[in-house]
Design a protein around this ligand. Sequence first.
Ligand SMILES: NC(=O)C1=CN([C@@H]2O[C@H](COP(=O)(O)OP(=O)(O)OC[C@H]3O[C@@H](n4cnc5c(N)ncnc54)[C@H](OP(=O)(O)O)[C@@H]3O)[C@@H](O)[C@H]2O)C=CC1
Length: 272
Amino acid sequence: MTVYGVIGVGAISAAIVRGLCRTDQADPPPTVLLSPRNAQLAAELAEHFPTVRVAESNQQVVDGASVLLLCLRPQDAPPVLSALTFRPGLPVVSVMAGFTVRALADLVAPVTDLARSIPLPAVELGEGVTPVFPSSPAAITLFGQLGTVLEVPDEQTLEALSASTATVAAMLKYMETTSAWLARKGVSAPLASRYVAAVFAGVLTPLQTAAAVDFRALSQDHQTPGGINEQFLGVLEQAGLSRAVEGGLNQVLERLDPSQNHGSADGNLPVS
Ligand SMILES: NC(=O)C1=CN([C@@H]2O[C@H](COP(=O)(O)OP(=O)(O)OC[C@H]3O[C@@H](n4cnc5c(N)ncnc54)[C@H](OP(=O)(O)O)[C@@H]3O)[C@@H](O)[C@H]2O)C=CC1
């Protein structure tokens, strides 16, 4: 029986735990051992799910786990992990952005069964699409229970996919701006937000299970020649939309993976 040990109980690990313990699965939920910090969230999870327990220390999590999940913020990981002792055969799955396999291997030595992953909050509903590199049986089993696993071919691909997830808050800000604009035009705030969410969900929900999506064609399909979508996109492109998105992505990737030269003269944002 798998015992998932979790170091770092926060937003993403709570989503993973809730996903593992959701009731629509055929198999009974696994045992989960949580690190004690963020005591309130850990206690909430343990109270809600009978197979979840809170350990007394991070070392107790490592010792009691048959698979260890590393879910710390990047700045916390080096001091926390270097204070722990790991056994060689322990499978470790990291969700932490910006730690290469090599850097992780140093932090959890002598562990060799290491996988990196990019779970997103949809894992809570069992609808995650989770890139994994390197692939490991532990990572495939874990994220297979939480949706679909994408085994990516190399670490650069994983870093690029990770960078692309940085665009989500900006997309939500864009929706917030649209919703707030509607409210300023006299639409009630609940109706405004509900409508904006429904417009985007209507476009995006059918794409969720697609093997590939032609976003350019989709964008064109939504632009009647001479129509309002074409007009609005034109205004944003004139303001530098695509260039700003590419420049932001280059900067994020540079931060995640400084060993590679990711920028391009056209794609980088102005420094000021
Ligand atoms: N949120 C997301 O959607 C995703 C996050 N990630 C990655 O997951 C990692 C965690 O992100 P997220 O869940 O958002 O972060 P959170 O801040 O929500 O969670 C991190 C948790 O680690 C705890 N922590 C800090 N120090 C220790 C310690 N010494 N021992 C045990 N726990 C400790 C923090 O406690 P306290 O608050 O008390 O400091 C906090 O509860 C990051 O590396 C991020 O890159 C990856 C994919 C998606």
